[in-house]
Design a protein around this ligand. Structure first.
Ligand SMILES: NC(=O)C1=CN([C@@H]2O[C@H](COP(=O)(O)OP(=O)(O)OC[C@H]3O[C@@H](n4cnc5c(N)ncnc54)[C@H](OP(=O)(O)O)[C@@H]3O)[C@@H](O)[C@H]2O)C=CC1
Ligand SMILES: O=C([O-])CC(=O)C(=O)O
Length: 433
């Protein structure tokens, strides 16, 4: 059945009643958007245009059930029964997104709502987290989502309180964080951004689904993910990811360029370690057309130096050229990262993700978030890939990025609950690297 056929038509004869009040609560600086009370006996008519399934036309004589903090059109009740009857639609999932008024989100939200991420049979609710400073922008984003008429987008709510927005989240995409500017390293953001992830970890722990999958994008994403998971002890540490998929995509592109093939021919690319300039794009295990990269690109000096540095510094070069950090390609890589967890990894291939190192088979220090090769059965979970080769070159590079992450971890010990004293992070990093 075509999705368009299932698109619910809504008679908006009472749309003038769907205005909103902003309620500012002094406690927690919480702002909630709530629909004004509907008068009794109001009519909201919904019909489904599908020939196969007719959802009942609802003539609601009672006050409609309100969804807390919903936005605009998404406050109307709707009927998913039609989809359930035909088994053509899955159960609604809740996706929480922080930094929802930012640049990356602006690309990502429309991809999520279109169905290209979770599939054309997966209705979604978007729960957007902003702040007082971004609240109007967030309303603008919600308005654009309304105007896009996405059939699968069933709920949109906006808020500035993580404890409300993360309620029952099945996925949490943590993007909201200050980006670096020209001349900065991502670790310079630890002081500013680390606290955000401690608070959001606590909120997830309190209200999200117990099996929520968390993808941390805000930089420095590995250590932010560590902070987040340490503050969410009731959620499995395995459910937290730091986004290194953009680095994997960048590495694939450069290898393809050098080999003169299109990038779909490049597979088995691992990014090891930190999403920083110490990351290790692994050309030893990578393949082009199923053949080890080193047999296709025989220029080892290029692989060890130019290629490696190009991938490590791609984000910084882009900032210099564009004046701001990558947004569209990051959103695409978030899509790739999610799809790689909800669809089975192609036979023999793997994907890179920054994950918790507990019990890893590579001898990497435990208790950090480190990008490693993963495979998924498509159930949202993953396993580490065991059959990879690690030679002396790779081992020495992995040690460098590991040292950086251990140093970052020491800097945020006050946020992970390990010590209570706050150190100036940049100084510690300089001393220990
Ligand atoms: N892992 C990766 O591969 C990549 C990670 N990134 C990182 O993603 C994050 C978001 O990037 P992007 O969407 O482009 O950034 P934007 O500046 O467009 O938006 C970031 C959002 O973060 C929130 N925020 C929280 N604290 C601050 C702060 N101190 N200063 C500014 N904004 C803050 C703001 O939302 P609000 O006010 O609503 O809280 C803001 O809208 C950055 O940390 C960036 O470095 C970027 C590219 C790739
Ligand atoms: O470089 C940055 O700061 C943004 C980012 O993480 C990237 O583009 O990889």
């Amino acid at each position: 059945m075509a999705l368009a056929d299932l698109h619910t038509k809504i008679d908006l004869q009472n749309s003038s009643q769907l205005s909103y009040v902003s309620t500012r609560l002094s406690y927690n600086h919480r702002i909630s958007l709530r629909p004004l009370p509907q008068p009794h006996n109001s009519r909201i008519c919904c019909s489904v245009t599908s020939k196969e399934v007719q959802a009942p036309v609802t003539v609601n004589t009672e006050e409609p059930k309100k969804k807390p903090d919903c936005y605009g059109i998404f406050c109307l009740t709707y009927d998913l029964m039609a989809g359930e009857e035909t088994k053509s639609w899955k159960k609604l999932i809740n996706i929480a997104i922080s930094g929802a008024a930012g640049m990356i989100s602006n690309h990502l939200l429309f991809k999520l709502a279109s169905g290209e991420v979770f599939g054309p049979d997966q209705p979604i609710a978007l729960k957007l987290l902003g702040s007082e400073r971004s609240f109007e922008a967030l309303e603008g984003v919600a308005m654009e989502l309304e105007d896009s008429l996405f059939p699968l987008l069933r709920e949109v709510s906006i808020g500035i309180d993580a404890y409300e927005v993360f309620q029952d989240a099945d996925w949490a995409l943590l993007i909201g964080a200050k980006p670096r500017g020209p001349g900065m390293e991502r670790a310079d953001l630890l002081d500013i951004n680390g606290q955000i992830f401690a608070e959001q970890g606590k909120a997830l722990n309190a209200v999200a689904s117990r099996n929520v999958k968390v993808i941390v994008v805000g930089n420095p994403c590995n250590t932010n993910a560590l902070i987040c998971l340490k503050n969410a002890p009731d959620i499995p540490a395995k459910n937290f990811h730091a986004l290194t998929r953009l680095d994997e995509n960048r590495a694939k592109c450069q290898l393809a360029l050098k080999a003169g093939v299109f990038y779909d021919k490049v597979s088995n690319v691992t990014i090891w370690g930190n999403h920083s300039t110490t990351q290790v794009p692994d050309f030893l295990n990578a393949k082009i057309n199923g053949i080890p990269v080193k047999e296709v690109i025989k220029d080892t000096k290029w692989l060890e130096e130019e290629f490696t540095e190009m991938v490590q510094k791609r984000g910084g070069v882009l900032i210099k050229k564009w004046g701001r950090s990558s947004a569209a390609s990051t959103a695409v890589s978030v899509v790739d990262a999610i799809r790689s967890l909800v669809t089975p990894t192609p036979e023999g291939d793997w994907i890179s993700s920054g994950v918790y190192t507990a019990g890893n088979p590579y001898g990497i220090a435990e208790d950090i978030v480190f990008s490693m090769p993963c495979r998924s059965k498509g159930d949202g979970d993953y396993e580490l890939v065991k059959d990879v080769i690690i030679d002396d070159y790779l081992r020495s590079r992995i040690k460098m990025t590991e040292a950086e992450l251990l140093a970052e971890k020491r800097c945020v010990a006050h946020l992970t609950g390990e010590v209570r004293i706050k150190f100036p992070s940049s100084r510690i990093l300089q001393l220990t690297l």
